[in-house]
Design a binder for this molecule. Structure first.
Ligand SMILES: Cc1ncc(COP(=O)(O)O)c(C=O)c1O
Length: 435
């Protein structure tokens, strides 16, 4: 295919490298993509951690097509359509008990900023408008909008963009290779990293802090699994000081760790859950924020004809997204996908950890159907070794993702054991060739 690649400025991409040697997908089905030159590529990362039920599931495709023909759009402000309510109900049945109100957005980034705004406004409507401080974590990824990069902790995503939000602070990340390298599942050491929050409470006074946001499993920064007891400890400190706890489950939501949400896997219930990606199986952009009843109810005061929360998007609860979301949740239920990672995680972990001992492999981390393989960087060229491995795997018919010098794997939850073997064996070969 000859095509002019000039006009499109690609997101999070090495544009010049890509345009010299483009990688184009033109078709997808089940566990696979097909390239423009007809090669089949195994999807080792569920598109971008979103296509949890695999590609082109007929029920979802049909729901989107039917909805587009029946009603393409309906305004979400002061109007609605039935599928928005149906999807909110369906999502609330999956979230931990108590998180039963759902607000819709179009992406993870928008959901993060929505949750942060909800937290600030919640305190204000309760007469605690002095709680304005937001706490994030080093190495956190919460999308690319200003709220998300402010509480986020990935340097490259922050350093170009000025002062960002005021009044933000960060706790330390939990990555501790000296004590936890090659942990299978949750690392043993590091619950005490949560005590950083106590330190920030002492520094700023808890009455100034509105919310803490963390990814239960930090994904984009290289798959950092929470140490045992860490999230429980964060929950305790938040409770002690009246601080809201937000879990960003954009990656971990919808079955990635073996339950609908990681909150259930780790047995810790936050006050708000941020979601996106798997909500529609990646088919139509959509995000959401699930909140506790009490947070929602705090807004429901004042004259009934007035808007309670001045926030929303033109495409909040878009009919195509709602149709895709409903069909996605039905597909997950029919195929048992939201708990399937529990059956496969042992096999996946064993396959992944068989890479230990290969040249330059300095750590392997996993939980559910997500895994990270960290490599030592090429001297003076951070991220290059992993990027070369990504290119090599792609040539060999497997799509992986790399972040820095970590290979991240997060296959669709429909993956079969032979495909786990293919994925890991291809990565093995590429690591050996990159040595
Ligand atoms: C934890 C987390 N939060 C937020 C986002 C941002 O989502 P989006 O790219 O849909 O804006 C991502 C995307 O990968 C994510 O992993």
């Amino acid at each position: 295919m000859t095509q002019d690649l000039d006009a499109y400025w690609m997101p999070f991409t090495a544009n010049r490298q890509f345009k010299k040697s483009p990688r184009l997908f033109v078709k997808a089905s089940g566990m696979h993509f097909w390239t423009d030159d007809g090669r089949q590529v195994l999807d080792g990362i569920a598109g971008l951690w979103c296509v949890n039920a695999g590609h082109a599931r007929p029920r979802i495709v049909q729901a989107i097509a039917e909805q587009a023909a029946e009603m393409d759009y309906a305004p979400p402000f002061q109007m609605a359509h039935p599928k928005a309510f149906a999807l909110a109900e369906a999502v609330a049945r999956l979230t931990p008990a108590g998180l039963n109100k759902v607000f819709f957005t179009n992406s993870g980034s928008e959901s993060v900023d929505t949750a942060l705004k909800m937290a600030l406004a919640y305190h204000r409507v309760r007469g605690e408008g002095h709680r304005t401080r937001l706490i994030g974590r080093e190495r956190g990824y919460h999308g690319v909008n200003f709220g998300g990069i402010s509480v986020g902790g990935m340097v490259a995503n922050r350093k170009m963009f000025g002062a960002m939000l005021a009044g933000v602070d960060h706790i330390r990340h939990t990555h501790d290779p000296a004590r936890n390298s090659f942990s299978v599942g949750q690392p043993e050491h590091g619950a005490e990293f949560a005590d950083d929050l106590e330190k920030l409470c002492a520094l700023h006074d808890p009455s100034t802090i509105a919310a803490v946001i963390v990814e239960p499993v930090a994904g984009s920064t290289g798959v950092l699994v929470p140490p045992k007891g860490y999230l429980n400890r964060l929950r305790e400190i938040c409770d002690k000081h009246g601080i809201l706890l937000i879990f960003d489950e954009v990656i971990t939501g919808f079955g990635r760790t073996g339950n609908p949400f990681a909150a259930q896997t780790f047995g810790v219930t936050p006050d708000l859950i941020v979601m996106a990606k798997g909500l529609t199986n990646g088919c139509v952009p959509m995000g959401g924020v699930a909140v506790k009843q009490s947070i929602h109810d705090a807004f429901m005061t004042g004259p009934e004809h007035l808007i309670e929360f001045f926030h929303g998007y033109t495409y909040s609860s878009h009919p195509l997204a709602c149709a895709a979301g409903l069909a996605t949740l039905e597909t997950y239920a029919e195929d048992g996908l939201l708990t399937r990672a529990q059956q496969l995680q042992g096999y996946f972990a064993e396959a992944l950890h068989s890479l230990k001992g290969l040249p330059n492999v300095i750590d392997i981390r996993n939980i559910g159907l997500v895994g990270g393989v960290e490599l030592s960087a090429l001297p003076g060229e951070p991220a290059k070794r992993a990027f070369n491995i990504f290119l090599d795997c792609y040539e060999k018919g497997v799509l992986i993702r790399t972040t820095g010098d970590t290979i991240a794997l997060s296959p669709p939850l429909i993956i079969e054991r032979e495909q786990i073997d293919q994925l890991v064996d291809t990565v093995r070969g590429a690591i050996q060739r990159a040595a």
